[in-house]
Design a protein around this ligand. Structure first.
Ligand code: GRF
Length: 191
């Protein structure tokens, strides 16, 4: 399975996918890594691995993913022969131009048990809500925010002494396990 990754930040989930490919537990390749953030560490990680990278030009738009940039992104992914697009900490909402180019072939990882706590800093939302457990979800991307059919979820208990940092770190451990697993499931035709 030829993967394309979109990310804005640290790229630890992309790293987990790379590690799974490198240790032979995931039969896939990362063909292209694109970021809207020139300073995102995800680009550095990709370069270290010799993976082609590119910048998505969203200058002038704080949160929006402009149509033109989506069309260019879709073209770059197609040119790289990408079959599955993985959002890994990508902070802009994907809409029709890109969705139409990869129907049911864009997935995302989110740090909560969706449909609970969509949006930003879901681990803080979980702490504030006082729930006994939260977790993470890999799901197909549709035009909504953190909606779309679930592929796999993992539960994480919320401990009484958890801070936002400790809870987020524990959720990320599970993210790094289930993101490669979701790609395995899709490769096997199981979702
Ligand atoms: C993760 O917590 C993921 O669930 C969310 O953004 C974060 C990305 O982290 N969508 P990283 O860049 O993969 O380290």
């Amino acid at each position: 399975m030829r993967l394309g990754i979109l990310g804005s930040g640290s790229g630890s989930n992309m790293q987990a996918i790379l590690d799974a490919i490198d240790d032979g537990s995931l039969d896939a390749s990362i063909e292209l890594v694109l970021s809207d953030n020139p300073d995102g560490f995800i680009l550095e990680r990709a370069r270290k691995h010799g993976i082609p990278t590119g910048l998505i030009d969203c200058r002038g738009f704080k949160q929006k993913f402009p149509d033109e940039a989506q069309t260019e992104t879709a073209q770059a992914l197609k040119d790289a022969g990408v079959e599955l697009v993985c959002l890994a900490g990508f902070m802009r909402l994907v809409k029709q131009p890109l969705l139409d180019a990869f129907p049911e072939r864009i997935i995302n990882i989110h740090p909560s048990l969706l449909p609970a706590f969509p949006g930003l800093e879901s681990w803080k939302q979980a702490l504030d809500a006082g729930v006994p457990e939260t977790g993470c979800t890999v799901h197909y991307v549709d035009a909504g925010m953190d909606t779309g059919p679930t592929i796999i979820r993992a539960k994480v208990p919320v401990k009484p002494d958890d801070t936002a940092e400790t809870l987020h770190a524990r959720i990320q451990e599970q993210e790094h396990r289930i993101y490669p697993e979701a790609i395995r499931i899709i490769s096997a035709g199981g979702a």
